[in-house]
Ligand binder design. Structure first.
Ligand code: NAD
Length: 269
């Protein structure tokens, strides 16, 4: 535990499971109040909020249901957060999903769902966060920045992914969303960055790690030779949300065990 986020409030979308849950816990441990957002698993979200609330060193947590692809839901989530905690200092736009298919068989519905949640959802949340940061103004007693936006992207914002074109396109879109937000709002002291996880052990990619065979195949893609765990992303996100990383803006932090160094091209064994 560390008090670097004390007095700040964070919204973490899709935090009833996986990476989002680990991020919510990490921010809570560093003293932030946390909005644990879910769309489908109320139980998972309640459990994460309980863990934060049961720990005296942590900030306070509340659970808010919201489908990030719906404008009204997102606006409601921000309203509930501001009603409870007064403002929002940190947004971690993490909610995301996959709907895989070979492109020639992909339905418009499958394409649209992934773009709606992974890209439009992050736009809607970032827009509300910016509106709140600008309404509220600087709070030098808690942070040197007006506010922090962290987009949960993926190594597939740069590594093409056959059979997952909608997903890769959504994450590729996040690069320009994030960098354009930085260019537009950094003069107001907003920080906007992305985290690009490699392969992290969560429900989204179960088939890639549930058997020894699958894990061995996966490790061929990871120079560091282990699958990531949600806490790897939680700790990176807490640091990126804190003033310790104050001068980092418009950057993608790859947390991938070296996956983006393309180990398939190793030529010396
Ligand atoms: P996950 O399935 O456990 O988490 C995704 C969360 O988003 C779930 O809790 C889900 O309910 C929620 N969600 C889905 N649609 C939503 C909506 N419309 N509104 C609100 N919440 C919604 O998987 P995860 O691996 O923890 O994924 C979290 C993020 O990390 C995603 O953006 C994913 O693309 C990204 N990511 C994951 C990996 C990995 O290897 N696990 C790698 C790169 C990027």
């Amino acid at each position: 535990p560390n008090e670097r986020l004390k007095g700040q409030t964070a919204i973490v979308t899709g935090s009833s499971s996986g990476i989002g849950a680990a991020v919510a816990l990490a921010l809570g441990r560093d003293g932030a109040n946390v909005v644990v957002n879910y769309n489908s698993s109320d139980e998972g979200a309640q459990e994460i909020a309980k863990q934060i609330n049961d720990d005296n060193l942590c900030g306070e947590a509340i659970v808010v249901k919201c489908d990030v692809s719906k404008e009204e839901d997102v606006q409601n989530m921000f309203k509930q957060t501001i009603d409870k905690f007064g403002t929002v200092d940190i947004l971690v736009a993490n909610a995301g999903l996959q709907k895989d298919a070979p492109l020639h068989e992909m339905t418009l519905e499958d394409w649209q769902l992934v773009i709606d949640v992974n890209l439009t959802g992050q736009f809607l949340c970032a827009r509300e966060a910016l509106r709140e940061f600008m309404r509220r103004g600087m709070r030098p007693e808690v942070s040197k920045s007006l506010g922090k936006i962290i987009h949960m992207s993926s190594v597939h914002q740069i590594i093409p992914w056959a059979g997952h074109t909608n997903y890769a396109a959504s994450k590729g879109g996040l690069v320009m969303l994030m960098e354009s937000i930085c260019q537009e709002y950094a003069p107001l002291k907003v920080r906007c960055n992305s985290i690009a996880p490699g392969a992290i052990k969560t429900p989204i990619n179960k088939e890639a790690w549930e058997s020894d065979e699958a894990l061995e195949k996966l490790n061929k893609l990871i120079p560091y030779k282990r699958i990531g765990v949600p806490d790897d992303i939680g700790s990176a996100t807490a640091w990126l949300a804190s003033d310790e990383s104050e001068y980092i803006n418009g950057t993608t932090l790859y947390v991938d065990g070296g996956m983006t160094c393309y180990p398939g091209f190793t030529t010396n064994g």
